[in-house]
Structure formats: C-alpha cells, structure tokens
Write a protein that binds this ligand. Structure first.
Ligand code: IPD
Ligand code: CA
Ligand code: CA
Length: 277
C-alpha cells in the first residue's frame, strides 16, 4: 500500500491506524531477525565509544524495518540508528528507528531488548511500536488511540509517592568522557524510592512505564530513536513526558522525564536537587 499525497493532507485517526499497522509490521519483521540471531552472533564490535556495541543483528534488523517502510511509505524520511538520516528533511514525517535497543543486553543474552519504531509528524511523536522479540511483548500506541500491550489496553501505575515508586534510568556511552554521568542522580533517587533499575534498553524502559511495571524513568544522552516510540506509549497510557524541569520535552536534547504523572513533580524536584559527585 502506498499512501498518496492527498492522504497525507487529511491526517486523522484512520491514517494514524494505518501508520501504526506499518510500524507494527516493521517491528515484527525486525523482531523475527533478532529471534534468529539470538545466541548466534558472529560479529560484536565497538562503534567508537567504549561499550557502544554493534552486531550483525542490529544491521539485519534495521534492513528489515527499512524494507517495510520503503514498501509502504517510500516518500517518508527515516532516521535510523545504523544508517543515519535518509530522505527529504522538509517532510512533515520522520520515522525514528532503533532496530535493536539494548545491544549490550542482546550480546550477553540478557533478554531485555527491543525494536523501536516511532513516527513523528510535524516534530511530534504520534505513533510508537516497541517490540521485545524474546519475551514476545508488543507495545503499540498512536496519538488519541490509546496504548496496548499484546493488543490489550494498558495504563500507567497509580503510585502517588516517590518513596513507594520503582524507577528506571540508564547511563549513556559517553560516561567515561563526561562528568555529566547520571551517577549522582542514580544515588540520590535510589535513596528516596523503593529502587532504581538500570535495565539497558530505553525504549523498553518507556514501555514499562506505560504498562505500569515502573512508575518513572529519566535519562540523559539519548537519541531520537531511543525515545520517539516510547514517548507515545507513555502519553497514550495516561502518563506524562517532559524535560527534567517539566518544560515540554525536546528530543534533540537527549534528556527525558517520563512518569505515571502522579510522581512527576516530585521526581522533577528531586532531579533539580542533585549535587554533582
Ligand atoms: C542504549 C540503551 C540504553 C541507554 C543508552 C542507549 P542501544 O541503546 O537504550 O538503555 O542507556 O543510552 O544508547 O545502544 O542499546 O541501542
Ligand atoms: Ca538505543
Ligand atoms: Ca540500537
């Protein structure tokens, strides 16, 4: 199916459903590749920064996503982790693709990994699919259409207080080169909550906030492809996504604060209180 220019002009929920189905097809296709390579990797190498790995599975999964998008929406630009920016930069559309979020986990057969397929329309994330092919958990959302996990509606948690919360965060690959490591934030919030997990796949961290397994998430040093899909999941599941200071999130900054909404103000306040270590 090729979407026409006229169709693009009249964006409504039916069109978002079509894009959501395209995103789902792409994520499942890449997920099948990741299932095949699981435990069978021949090539694991560092991309540049220490610990920043890439494998033949990342590339094959990305090819699978690109093939689906090229078939359905050949005129849409794409930002994909392994291939970079492709297509018309003036377009109102942008697909943001992480073919394998959690590459370090994948290389160690730690099954917290995902394909992340997001669609931004006029700079706003509007469609998101995050798929863990090992657990076969499929998270889907589109603006105004709600969020689902394996096709069942999901909602964020009801936790009201930080000291009853389970949070998640992460540490970017530049942590050996910067003093802005997120270590102080991790210590500060570990002290104030029931725990802070570091599970190693940002898109899935956001999906876990969306389905209520986790109450909140913050991280710095991320890329657009880590966040675009997960932002839609959290918002459509009733959560809140902003910058650390609660201003509107700017994905280009690489910083995000995503919660069930109820602990948002408290978590934002505590992040502002952190003293560097
Ligand atoms: C990484 C993961 C990790 C986060 C890093 C990301 P990758 O993505 O999402 O949780 O802490 O900042 O780069 O390299 O596994 O696709
Ligand atoms: Ca990633
Ligand atoms: Ca990746």
């Amino acid at each position: 199916m090729i979407l026409t220019a006229q169709l693009h002009e009249f964006m409504n929920s039916r069109h978002l459903e079509i894009f959501l189905d395209i995103a789902t097809e792409a994520a499942l296709s890449a997920g099948a590749i990741l299932q095949q390579y699981w435990g069978n990797l021949q090539e694991i190498r560092e991309k540049g920064r220490p610990g920043d790995l890439v494998t033949e599975a990342d590339k094959a999964a990305e090819d699978a996503v690109l093939a689906v998008l090229k078939r359905h929406v050949p005129d849409h630009p794409i930002l994909a982790e392994e291939s970079g920016q492709m297509g018309d930069r003036q377009s109102e559309f942008l697909w943001a693709i992480d073919p394998l979020d959690g590459t370090t986990n994948y290389a160690h057969q730690y099954p917290f990994v995902a394909v992340s397929v997001g669609l931004l329309i006029e700079g706003v994330p509007q469609v998101g699919v995050v798929y863990n092919p090992i657990h076969q958990e499929l998270f889907r959302a589109a603006k105004g259409l709600g969020a689902t996990q394996n096709r069942k509606p999901i909602q964020v948690s009801q936790t009201q207080e930080l000291d009853r919360s389970l949070l998640v965060t992460g540490f970017a690959y530049d942590r050996r080169q910067t003093s802005d490591t997120n270590y102080a934030e991790f210590c500060h919030l570990t002290h104030l909550t029931q725990g802070v997990r570091r599970d190693g796949a940002a898109a899935l961290d956001l999906a876990y906030v969306a389905c209520g397994r986790l109450d909140g998430y913050w991280e710095r040093g991320l890329s657009m492809w880590d966040m675009a899909a997960g932002v839609v999941l959290v918002e459509e599941a009733g959560g809140l996504v902003t910058a650390y200071d609660q201003s509107p999130v700017q994905l280009e900054t690489g910083r995000i604060l995503a919660t069930n909404g109820k602990i948002h103000q408290q978590l934002s306040h505590e992040l502002s209180q952190v003293k560097p270590i």
